[in-house]
Ligand binder design. Structure first.
Ligand code: SAM
Length: 311
């Protein structure tokens, strides 16, 4: 068993900071500020000449970043998706490290008014950025039955996706679904309360959240944008919390780190020039951290290094 990570530290804290391999005068980007646990660790390792660029979609996270770090001359803030990191002029000088700690933050889950929680009743919203795109309630009010079933199946691996989608469409013909408790009860009525320790609406809430926030599309765009901005030797560090995310990260790194298998029907194989080096494959939190922080159980961390590309 490894060392115990205190529960107040963010997920896989030591591994993230090791993975970024912080140089005191380097320029780093934390694309998922949250409440700044990882960002604080990066700042502690930066000297006066270092820079830390902080992004988050959530205006409440950016307000915390402004209050806590806004006065630090080494820090710049940007409210928006990390998918757009390339349009932020602070990134054009190149980056020595990029961190994405994916998914929702504890405050987003804990505050009923944000509408992410099946355990606490609140407005059915689920947007990390409440000023952009459709809320979960708006989407569920207009989406077709097949589209809802697809989202529940693809992003939640919910086996009862069709029945749940049918029930949502029947229910909204009578009255719109506007509260998290209404959706949680409707799903629980179909899935049943199995004695598994997880709420029967867990998978449906996860799926709708991923859809409403375009999480997988943002991840693909964010990886490409980070790759384009990383300097040779710069590090990409990503923590994902479910297999759909991790598959995207793994495939992104592999496609740039390993030559594709040879194809005998193609007589002239194109030379493969890797642009990333995989550092250590998939890593997980140790048992001590998982005991202190159950959310760490599903975390998978991957690190890659940007390579110099011969002209
Ligand atoms: C797991 S939390 C990050 C926690 C953070 N590492 C810490 O130490 O407090 C994820 C955060 O990323 C934000 N987020 C998720 N996807 C995002 C995206 N595509 N662009 C910007 N922020 C995003 C969420 O709003 C949330 O605040």
């Amino acid at each position: 068993m490894g060392t115990t990570t205190p529960s107040h530290l963010p997920v896989m804290y030591a591994q993230v900071l090791d993975g970024l391999r912080i140089r005191p005068d380097g320029r780093y980007l934390d694309g998922t500020f949250g409440r700044g646990g990882h960002a604080r660790g990066v700042l502690e390792r930066l000297g006066d000449g270092g820079r830390l660029l902080l992004m988050d979609k959530d205006p409440e996270a950016i307000a915390v970043a402004q209050a806590g770090f806004g006065a630090d001359a080494r820090v710049s803030l940007y409210r928006g998706s990390f998918a757009d990191l390339g349009v932020w002029d602070e990134t054009t000088a190149g980056l020595d490290g990029v961190l994405f700690d994916l998914g929702v933050s504890s405050p987003q889950l804990d505050e009923a008014r944000r509408g992410f929680s099946f355990g606490k009743d609140g407005p059915l919203d689920m947007r990390m950025d409440p000023d952009s795109g459709e809320s979960a309630a708006e989407w569920l009010a207009r989406a077709g039955e097949a589209e809802i079933a697809d989202v529940l199946w693809t992003y939640g691996e919910e086996r009862m996706s069709r029945r749940i989608a049918r029930a949502i469409v029947a229910r909204r013909a009578e009255a719109p679904l506007v509260r998290t408790a209404e959706l949680a009860d409707l799903v629980a009525g179909i899935v049943g309360r199995r004695d598994t320790g997880i709420h029967p609406a867990t998978r449906s809430f996860q799926a709708i959240r991923i859809h409403v926030n375009r999480e997988l599309a943002d991840l693909e765009d964010g990886l490409a944008a980070a790759h384009a901005r990383l300097k040779p030797g710069g590090r990409l560090v990503v923590i994902s919390f479910h297999s759909l995310e991790d598959r995207i990260v793994k495939q992104f790194i592999n496609a740039r780190a390993k030559a594709p298998p040879g194809n005998r029907r193609m007589p002239v194989a194109e030379a493969f020039a890797p642009t990333l080096r995989d550092i250590g494959g998939a890593r997980r939190a140790d048992a001590g951290e998982i005991a202190a922080n159950p959310r760490a159980r599903s975390a998978v961390l991957r690190v890659a290094e940007r390579l110099e590309v011969a002209a």
